[in-house]
Design a protein around this ligand. Structure first.
Ligand code: NAD
Length: 316
């Protein structure tokens, strides 16, 4: 039995508690940002408004507080969306320990000073290199995991033994874990698939979307190699697997559909998706300054085109 702290009570953080509790771990969840999720997790019946299910009674909720980081855990899980990562980086700066950290968040950040695109482990490691960081990524809709549907994901760490140790703590018969030592490839793939899901969604029929799917795979492969990840990662769960689930359903491909219909990003957002976070758009704005300047348009024409469509609020 492991003591696990999950930071982030949104859909994914809450869904992740289910396999962890199933394995009889001692699971504590905390939420730093959203009053709605705090209310859900504090409530007696633990009904989660994002997942539309009651979470297990044995899940413990604690208020987000610096003191939380002083306790001893076998695993700290970060399940916030990308803007929340900065907050955790600041909090962790005060705590120099080697408790294993597992990152569920998908995304990349552009560091203007260093003129470099950084993965989340790279950002967290910036102030303390000894941290023990793994990432968990793959095709996983939080609602489906919460209903214990068969789900397969990848845990990556340069040291595969650490990844396997984490897999043992969290995997169940419906949540199976594969392993990789290609943290860079896994991080790049799982972030940029949100942009490619928009591109695939912009096809207005199955034939055109399938063509875009294949071309997206080629561009993703190029980008993984460019950022020094392992090309073969594109063929695994975090590559083609996650691209599939994001392209057939989800908010990014839905936005892509409206772009393909001829709406600009802003008009589509306002008219059809006013309350939705479109992670692909956030990432597009984050990485565009680097990608448009440093990577030849001929190598990744779809990515270039989508970034300009969003940045300039143009029709696709
Ligand atoms: N690894 C996986 O298997 C997997 C699967 C699905 C989603 N995800 C990723 O998990 C992350 C969360 O997704 P979700 O579906 O739970 O989203 P959600 O919208 O349900 O929850 C978002 C979470 O981030 C927090 N947050 C948002 N903005 C914040 C800010 N400015 N500061 C601090 N915290 C903030 C929210 O309070 C909440 O805890 C995303 O990056 C998503 O891509 C990972």
């Amino acid at each position: 039995m492991a003591k696990i702290l999950i930071i982030g009570g949104g859909a994914m953080g809450a869904a992740f508690t289910i396999p962890c509790l199933e394995n009889n771990n001692n699971v504590i969840i905390t939420e730093p940002y959203s009053n709605k999720f705090i209310k859900d997790l504090e409530s007696r019946n633990k009904f989660h408004s994002g997942l539309k299910i009651k979470l297990p009674k044995k899940l413990k909720f604690q208020k987000f507080d610096e003191k939380l980081f002083r306790e001893n855990y076998q695993l700290i899980v970060i399940a916030l969306s990308l803007p929340g990562v900065d907050l955790i980086v600041k909090k962790l700066a005060n705590f120099k320990n080697t408790i294993p950290i597992l990152i569920l968040t998908k995304g990349l950040k552009y560091n203007k000073k260093r003129r470099k695109i950084l993965t989340i482990p790279e950002i967290i490691n910036e102030n303390y290199k000894k941290r023990n960081i793994s990432v968990l990524k793959g095709p996983c809709l939080a609602k489906e995991l919460a209903q214990k549907n068969k789900t397969s994901v990848v845990v990556a760490n340069k040291n595969i033994k650490i990844a396997k140790k984490i897999g043992k703590i969290i995997s169940t018969n419906y949540y199976s874990v594969e392993y990789s030592n290609d943290i860079l490839g896994v991080e790049i793939c799982s972030a940029i698939k949100n942009i490619y899901a928009m591109i695939i969604g912009s096809g207005q029929n199955m034939n055109s979307s399938s063509g875009l799917f294949q071309k997206s795979m080629n561009e993703m492969k190029f980008l993984i190699k460019y950022f020094k990840g392992n090309e073969s990662t594109i063929l695994g769960l975090v590559g083609v697997g996650d691209l599939y689930v994001s392209a057939v359903g989800g908010r990014n491909s839905k936005m892509g559909y409206y772009l393909g219909k001829g709406y600009t990003f802003k008009s589509a957002k306002k008219k059809f998706m006013p309350k939705d976070t479109v992670e692909g758009e956030q990432l597009a704005r984050e990485i565009a300054p680097y990608i448009l300047k440093n990577i030849n348009k001929k190598k990744i024409p779809l990515m270039h085109h989508l970034l300009k469509t969003i940045l300039n609020n143009k029709k696709i």
